[in-house]
Design a protein around this ligand. Structure first.
Ligand SMILES: Cc1ncc(COP(=O)(O)O)c(C=O)c1O
Length: 382
């Protein structure tokens, strides 16, 4: 049986055309017109003025912290419930991540906990250098509240929109919040360049500096001269060509992922002990991954039982992100709040959600979850 992946790349069909153009013009690397085009088109789509295409979302996070002057000993408030990239980037700068728990309604950084922490930090006389808020599983954090708080306390806000391209918060698109925002085009994301990322900002000077730092920080001189430490973080013209073809279909991709989510809700919504990641009232999620919570007492099996049952049918699923405050590598870090993301992690599973997933494969997943369910429920039809 062909393997069903969680979120594999989905080509639009135009990628080769763009890549062939890169080859024909011999703009292979490092930069070229597709990089400029991809930056321009992404900035237009997201609704920000400036963007720098980079080698990964992690590189974009690292540069965002450098550009926020984060350095040794500084504190940076981060979402605990996410992938490790944002906290790792803080440590690259020898700064200290302080984790903030999620709110149960959105699974994103809890603005009330953030407010408490910023207030007590201000009283201590040591506000954090930055806040990195993650848009989890394609749902924006509550920027109406988070931006206001960061402005009030004079703290730089960085939006980690790696998973959320195509999502919205109010009238703004994911990638348009904070002083800078980060996107990822890793192979599992809603659009991909195989690997890649982008840093976006309304401040052209920051993006200009990101371009300089990401291309080895060469001073203007005929020889190689450096007065700053640089990085090799730029995206190549070939990968940007792929990205342009992918960006053309972003709205279709969002619609497809949202439809997959709806099919799962229809097929599983009546099972006892199964619930879905809620959608926040303030915006539209891109439903990058369909996430469920499984209450083993009501459902009659654990999320790990489901994962193994799917795996035995060659179907990939994955537990939700293990929160950063539970990770051995961040054991010494401070945590604000607690209990919410831990609970979601214990019960949570990501189901196959790629935009190329066939209707039959969705039905197979649904059928397996129905078989795994040993809980009692009214009107059970199978
Ligand atoms: C929330 C989040 N931030 C950052 C990253 C890192 O992006 P990249 O893999 O492009 O470095 C990822 C995953 O890839 C992510 O899910």
């Amino acid at each position: 049986m062909k393997r069903v992946y969680l979120s594999p790349p989905d080509m639009s069909g135009r990628e080769l055309e763009f890549v062939q153009d890169a080859f024909a013009s011999n703009w292979i690397a490092p930069l070229g017109p597709h990089v400029d085009g991809f930056e321009r088109e992404m900035a237009d789509y997201v609704g920000v003025r400036h963007a720098a295409a980079l080698s990964s979302g992690t590189a974009a996070l690292h540069l965002a912290l450098i550009l926020s002057d984060v350095s040794e000993g500084d504190e940076v408030l981060c979402s605990s419930f996410t992938f490790s990239a944002s906290a790792n980037a803080v440590v690259y700068q020898r700064a200290r991540p302080v984790f903030v728990d999620s709110d149960a309604a959105t699974w994103n950084m809890d603005p009330d906990l953030l407010a408490e922490e910023l207030e007590s930090a201000a009283k201590r006389g040591k506000t954090p250098k930055a806040v990195i808020a993650v848009d989890l599983y394609g749902q924006c954090a509550d920027y109406g509240k988070i931006e206001t708080l960061c402005d009030r306390f004079g703290v730089t806000l960085i939006e980690d929109a790696a998973e959320a391209l195509g999502a919205t918060c109010g009238t703004g698109k994911a990638g348009s919040f904070g002083r800078m925002a980060v996107l990822s085009f890793n192979g599992n994301k809603i659009i991909t360049t195989s690997g890649g990322g982008m840093l976006l900002s309304g401040d052209g000077k920051l993006i200009e500096k990101a371009r300089f730092l990401s291309t080895q920080a060469r001073d203007p001189a005929p020889h190689y001269q450096h007065s700053t430490i640089g990085y090799n973080y730029r995206m190549s013209n070939v990968l940007a060509a792929i990205g342009r073809a992918q960006l053309e279909v972003i709205e279709e991709r969002v619609e497809t992922r949202r439809k997959i989510f709806e099919k799962y809700v229809k097929g599983l919504g009546d099972l006892p002990g199964v619930s879905f990641m809620p959608e926040a009232s303030y915006g539209r999620s891109n439903r990058w991954l369909t996430c469920i919570l499984v209450d083993p007492r009501a459902y009659g099996a654990t999320r790990e039982d489901i994962r193994l049952a799917l795996e035995s049918e060659n179907i990939e699923s994955r537990p939700l992100w293990k929160p950063m405050h539970m990770q051995p590598v961040f054991a010494g870090c401070r945590m604000v709040g607690g209990g919410i993301s831990d609970g979601i992690f214990e019960k949570g599973l990501c189901l196959p959600s790629g935009s190329s997933l066939s209707a039959e494969d969705v039905e197979r997943v649904i059928a397996i979850l129905r078989i795994c369910c040993k809980g009692r429920r009214e009107n059970r039809s199978d």
